[in-house]
Design a protein around this ligand. Structure first.
Ligand SMILES: [Zn+2]
Ligand SMILES: [Zn+2]
Length: 132
């Protein structure tokens, strides 16, 4: 006969169940010998810190979406480069890679002077000091 172990949640032969002095409940043979606890500790110790700590339910789709949104952010950020000594930004056109000056205060030009590709929304920070 099989029974579910309340400690590890696994099904085990009910005849192997024993009362554990510490857990104060009937546990399977693996839990009684401490094997399940050792397995868990081993798993936690060997968990890769980069992949560990992810919320449960994290799957490859989430990972893909996260990667995509990170890439999108990087693209937007790297498209505008501040031009030192001015309030203008060097903008690289996503359509033709043409470099032109972009004025974030006037939000001009709104499209690439070379191929007319719309300029992506400027996400850089325009500080209050820059405005006055
Ligand atoms: Zn168990
Ligand atoms: Zn262009």
């Amino acid at each position: 006969m099989k029974a579910k172990c309340k400690h590890c949640g696994r099904e085990a032969d009910s005849e192997m169940f024993k009362l554990h002095y510490k857990y104060r409940m009937m546990v399977c043979a693996d839990c009684f010998t401490g094997k399940t606890d050792r397995d868990r500790q081993k798993k936690e110790a060997s968990a890769d810190p980069r992949t560990g700590g992810k919320p449960p339910g994290w799957d490859s789709e989430d990972e893909y979406l996260e990667k995509m949104s990170r890439m999108k952010q990087q693209q937007t950020v790297s498209r505008f480069q501040p031009i030192l000594g001015t309030k203008l930004y060097q903008c690289t056109c996503i359509g033709c890679n043409y470099n032109f000056k972009f004025d974030p205060l006037k939000n001009m030009p709104q499209s690439c002077p070379y191929c007319n590709e719309p300029v992506p929304k400027f996400k850089g920070s325009v500080g209050v000091n820059d405005l006055f």
